[in-house]
Design a protein around this ligand. Structure first.
Ligand code: SF4
Length: 325
């Protein structure tokens, strides 16, 4: 297996104002993230709203430049790739299919738009390719001249997926692609994504706050908290033996989901910390049921063993290294 997309030491901060007369402050949305995804794998990235996962998605797509660190596709720094080359290698599927589709254009024109932007093919060739992609995502040609407003939410997301695939990319970054859809439609879209992965040999980075969705589609999972990865493991391992207390809380929330606020009911309360003033030590310590004195002052490093990686003082490096032998 070869690493297709890799992020090394990614940081991204934003200058924000807490109020009209307040000074600018730095919000560290992504705070030292390393990831590597093998070809044909599906990396699920999970965490509550505000954990930095959508900023990470935008950086992987080249839409938000990192404050520090670099992203490589097949070993090549994406900062050195032209727009067309990047678009041919990585494409997005966004959360809200309605707001991400131009309501005045026909479905065929929307799907063909990336080809048009990059000057690929004639007008009729682009339309033919768009209709072919629409059929591949389950929308018959009769929908080609419909507008997004004439489609259901699930059909609109199929259009968004067809638009992502029309450039024949190797990697698709899916940012909460099913969270705006009814539960029954969510399953159809997830199964479609799995079929397309097989058919086109796609590699996915799949962002979600919903661990149940990630369990269905991902081969590996990274759990993010306040801009950092706190646990990483193959999906089956993470669900069978979650180690970080935050992962365990998220998993417990799978049984009692309350997505009405856009975040799961974790049993930890809704007091997600202020990312402008993150807690000292382990950033999870104010909410952690297993915190120790050292957790308030010492930040645990992400340490790996044969089962994955975890950043928590409950799993000191010596224990992890011993466990792998
Ligand atoms: Fe909890 Fe301490 Fe582990 Fe952080 S380091 S998750 S506070 S036990």
């Amino acid at each position: 297996m070869t690493t297709l997309i890799r992020a090394d030491g990614l940081y991204r901060s934003f200058s924000v104002k807490a109020g009209l007369f307040q000074p600018q402050q730095l919000l560290h949305a992504v705070n030292g993230v390393d990831i590597a995804v093998e070809r044909s794998e599906v990396l699920g990235i999970v965490g509550e709203s505000g954990c930095g996962k959508s900023t990470l998605a935008r950086m992987l797509l080249g839409l938000t430049p990192p404050s520090a660190g670099a992203i490589f596709i097949d070993g090549q720094d994406i900062a050195t790739l032209g727009r067309l080359e990047l678009a041919r290698r990585i494409q997005p599927v966004f959360q809200d299919p309605y707001s991400s589709l131009n309501p005045r254009r026909s479905v065929a024109a929307i799907v063909a738009f990336p080809l048009e932007v990059h000057g690929i093919g004639t007008r009729s060739e682009r339309r033919a390719k768009a209709i072919e992609m629409l059929e591949r995502v389950g929308l018959p040609p009769r929908y080609a001249d419909s507008t997004p407003g004439q489609l259901s939410g699930g059909q609109r997301q199929r259009v968004g997926i067809a638009r992502a695939l029309v450039m024949n990319p190797e990697i698709v970054v899916c940012d909460e692609p099913t969270s705006a859809l009814d539960v029954s439609v969510q399953a159809q879209i997830l199964n479609l994504l799995l079929d397309l992965r097989q058919e086109f040999n796609l590699t996915y980075v799949f962002i979600s706050h919903n661990l149940a969705v990630v369990e269905h589609i991902a081969t590996q999972v990274a759990v993010m908290y306040l801009g950092r990865v706190v646990e990483f493991a193959p999906t089956a391992t993470l669900f069978a033996r979650p180690r970080h207390p935050y992962t365990r809380a998220l998993l417990a929330s799978v049984l009692t989901p309350d997505t009405s606020l856009g975040i799961p009911e974790t049993g930890l309360g809704l007091s997600f910390p202020d990312p402008i003033h993150p807690p000292a030590g382990c950033p999870f310590h104010p909410r952690c049921p297993q915190r120790m004195a050292s957790c308030e002052t010492q930040r645990p490093a992400l340490v790996g063993d044969g089962a994955g990686e975890v950043a928590c003082h409950l799993y000191p490096a010596a224990t992890l290294q011993g466990a792998s032998t």
